[in-house]
Each structure stands twice: as C-alpha cells, then as structure tokens.
Ligand binder design. Structure first.
Ligand code: SF4
Length: 304
C-alpha cells in the first residue's frame, strides 16, 4: 500500500460570476514512504492546487486521495483533520508562512507539540536543518531567505510528518541556497522514513533529488517514471519539449517561462489530448480522443 495515492482527482476553482476553472482535471499520482517524487510542469498547470487538495486545503470535485490507508477526500473541507497533520507543507515564501511576531523556537515547538515529542527541543530541530540551536530565540525577520526556509522545514518536520510536501520551496531562494535546501529536504525526509512530494519548475534540482518524476500539463499527469529514465528517454512530447527547452548545454536548468505555442485557457481546455495544439507530433486522433492516463498519456504510446 502506498503512503499516498491520488486517483483521478478533480479540483475546480470557482469564482462568482465566472465559469469554473478545472485546475486539476483527473490527476493520478502515488508517493511511497521514503520516496521523493518530483512534480514538474509550467506555472498554472495545477501543481500547487493538487498539493493543496492533498493537504485538505482545497475542496475536491471528484476522484480520491488515500493517505496512510484512509480516504482524505473531503468536499468543502474547512478545517484540517487531525490525521492530516501527518502531512506537512513547506511553501514558496517562508516569510509568509512564519508568524513575524513569534520567536522561531516557539513556532517550532508547536510542531513538536503536535507530534507529542517532549524530548526534542526547538534548538535541536534547528541544528538538524544546519542552523545554531541558540537561534531559537530570534524572530523571523532576523534571518535570510534561505535560513527562513530551513526554519520552515524544521517546523514542518517537528510535527513528524509521514508526508512532506514542498510547494516550490526553493523558487524564492538565491541560486546558491536552492540545491542546498532541496537536498536538505530530501535527506531529512528520507532519513525519517517520510515521503516527499517536491513541486518545482527547476528541473535540475528535481533531477538531483527525486527518485521519480511526474510531469503535469493543464491539470493532468502526462508522464511518470524513475527520474533517470524520464531524463534519459522522455517519451511524452511535452516532457521532450520541456527538456529540449532547457538552455544550458549541460542539460541542467529551469523550465522556460513559455514553450512555443499558446498555453490553452484551463477554463476552456482543448478537446482530445490537451497538448495537441502545441504538439509537433499531433495526429488526427489527438484532436478527437483523449489518451488514457498511464505512465505516458499519449497516443504515440497507446492504441487508439
Ligand atoms: Fe502529441 Fe497526440 Fe501524444 Fe498528445 S496524444 S502528446 S497531441 S502525439
């Protein structure tokens, strides 16, 4: 049994007076204990909404989320279930997720309290993320962005999560801090036996830390597989385009702001394969019928 299984999940964004936007349109994903899964895709593809739904922070319209064997799909969930405290999230902006008026030690202590951990101290947690324990007495504004993200990781891990989710946790950091923080998240999650779902548009970092990659396009997972396999032999044309568009000659780098072609409006997605208006390999069937979900959701790899 997987630690986390997401099956055919649907999440709609509803704004009064506007048509609903299907941000997640039937996505499936699994994370095992001790495994790091990198979720990649252009901005606006639904990665963050998927993460919020897993945490119970976004109401779902369909599909299923199973965490530690229990069904956590809740329609219109307002408060986080106590069981969901075993899922902790680290956000893009660590300053926004830390309370500026409380000492960081007190904020980390909240996590320890959740886990009923009376032995570990906030200073001990800071040391695990590479900061001096004495810094527990300080306030968030006294730290750099990279240090604040380490504090956010310490706070999340203090609650002893089974699943840690990083939602673009390194995109606000200096280049020098990005790989360090990502590697730290990986090491601490794996050491503690937790799974890590790492969402990023930085393919080089995902390649560095993830055991498996899931590629998302317009609300759907279009390709999944072991990181080395997907990197060496991307099979979905969208994954191929993402990897081709990386400018650095060593094959490392971040996703481009835009691939060729217009990104379709998620409120009015194309019929058939959602990537067909931008796909250089598109065939007649692609505009008519949607390929089935699977390791590679593409008619080039399925029988129409
Ligand atoms: Fe391209 Fe067709 Fe495959 Fe979609 S199904 S990615 S349009 S070849």
């Amino acid at each position: 049994m997987s630690l986390l299984t997401v099956e055919d999940l649907v999440v709609d964004h509803r704004t009064p007076g506007r048509p609903a936007v299907r941000a997640v349109a039937g996505a499936s994903l699994a994370v095992e204990a001790g495994e790091v899964v990198g979720l990649v895709g252009e901005s606006g593809c639904g990665k963050s909404t998927l993460a919020r739904a897993i945490c119970g922070l976004a109401p779902t319209s369909g599909g299923k989320i199973a965490f530690e064997g229990g069904n956590v799909t809740r329609l219109g969930l307002r408060r986080r279930d106590a069981g969901l405290m075993k899922i902790q999230m680290v956000f893009q902006d660590p300053y926004a997720s830390l309370n500026p008026r409380r000492r960081i030690g007190a904020q980390i202590a909240d996590g320890l309290e959740t886990a009923r951990d009376r032995e570990t101290t906030p200073g001990g947690m800071l040391e695990r993320v590479g900061l001096p324990g004495a810094m527990a007495e300080r306030y968030p504004h006294e730290f750099s962005g990279g240090q604040r993200q380490r504090i956010a990781i310490a706070r999340a891990l203090a609650a002893r999560p089974s699943l840690l989710i990083g939602d673009e946790p390194i995109s606000a950091l200096d280049a020098s801090a990005q790989a360090q923080v990502a590697t730290l998240m990986r090491n601490l999650a794996v050491e503690s036996g937790a799974g890590l779902l790492f969402i990023s548009h930085d393919l080089s970092v995902v390649r560095l830390i993830a055991d498996r990659i899931a590629v998302m396009y317009l609300g759907k997972i279009v390709e999944t597989g072991p990181t080395a396999e997907v990197w060496e032999n991307p099979r979905h044309p969208y994954t191929q385009a993402l990897l081709r568009a990386i400018p650095e000659p060593d094959g490392l780098g971040t996703l481009p702001a835009e691939l060729p072609g217009d990104v379709p409006d998620p409120a009015d997605p194309p019929q058939g394969c959602r990537f067909h208006p931008r796909c250089p390999m598109a065939m007649d069937v692609c505009a008519e019928k949607e390929p089935a979900p699977g390791p590679v959701s593409c008619w080039l790899h399925q029988q129409p």
